[in-house]
Ligand binder design. Structure first.
Ligand SMILES: [Zn+2]
Length: 132
């Protein structure tokens, strides 16, 4: 099969080659730390001079955008986690203990996706997942 991203040869009936699979795995594992970092920027610094220079407000805006992206990513990750759980006969999401915070939810679901990525990439809906 051909890799859906770079047209290289993809093994084991996967939709991505090993290289693109590794990239995707790294991107997934970056999501929780990206979210943590951007959240930090949302809290105004108390140690600063208090001056609102343009550089800081730019950082604030960009970070806020990243944070909302991470928050918007969560329902998508949860949607596919539910698909994977159904497909693999795992505990359905409704029966799982809820994580205490958004951060913990993001960490838990990204870890789930990393663990099951090899299987996910063999599913015919995985192209949709990568594009999201
Ligand atoms: Zn590839």
């Amino acid at each position: 099969m051909e890799c859906q991203l770079c047209q290289h040869h993809a093994k084991e009936d996967k939709y991505l080659c090993r290289k693109c699979e590794n990239t995707l795995r790294e991107q997934l594992s970056d999501i929780p730390s990206l979210q943590q970092e951007s959240k930090g920027f949302l809290v105004p610094s108390r140690t600063g001079t208090g001056s609102r220079n343009s550089e800081r407000s730019l950082g604030f805006n960009v970070a806020a955008m990243d944070y909302s992206t991470a928050v918007e990513t969560l329902p998508i990750l949860h949607k596919y986690e539910a698909l994977i759980r159904r497909g693999r006969n795992l505990t359905p999401p409704a029966l799982l203990k809820r994580e205490p915070s958004i951060e913990a939810e993001v960490a838990a679901t990204t870890q789930f996706h990393i663990t099951h990525l090899g299987w996910t990439l063999q599913q015919d809906w995985s192209g949709e997942f990568e594009g999201s």
